[in-house]
Design a protein around this ligand. Sequence first.
Ligand code: GTP
Ligand code: MG
Length: 178
Amino acid sequence: SNPVTAVKLVLLGEAAVGKSSLVLRFVSNDFQENKEPTIGAAFLTQRCTIGAKTIKFEIWDTAGQERFASLAPMYYRNAQAALVVYDVTKPASFIKARHWIRELHEQAAPNIIIALCGNKYDLIEGEIEGEDAKRKVSVEEGQKVAEEEGLLFFETSAKSGHNVNEVFMAIGHKIPEK
Ligand code: GTP
Ligand code: MG
């Protein structure tokens, strides 16, 4: 069998944007309508095959509630990849995501692979733009930040599964061969 590359990945983002739900979708192909907030952090693993590579994602799913913010550096310090998540219906969560990106660039490994995820895409799918639209962060705003900061970018839905595997696959593709 081919060698397994372990990749330490951290999820960061405001409370309730859907970090744990993205992990649940990726690891168990499941979704819970009323998922409880994460306390501290959760650890999960998932293997996947990308071409000739087998990657074992070692996932640290951090808690977004403000009282846990001081723990985050412990989880991103040795991370090779990060998923920074916001909710496309919550502008404050996009501002928070930009703060996390800056903090990662200042404090995390210089070659860390970062994916920016605009989650809860299902809430706005097919919606027509307008004043009372539920979408509050445009796809262009997300793309612009990703381009400026050199990040992968996806709009995702943990609920429908839209782009969830794609995010992890894109990260896996960027992991250098040993
Ligand atoms: P913390 O652990 O507190 O930081 O929150 P979190 O970012 O892990 O959010 P969590 O996954 O617990 O999801 C919060 C709520 O949003 C739950 O009720 C989820 O069911 C819901 N949710 C998560 N992802 C989606 C999504 O893609 N679409 C919709 N409609 N709801 C979602
Ligand atoms: Mg959580």
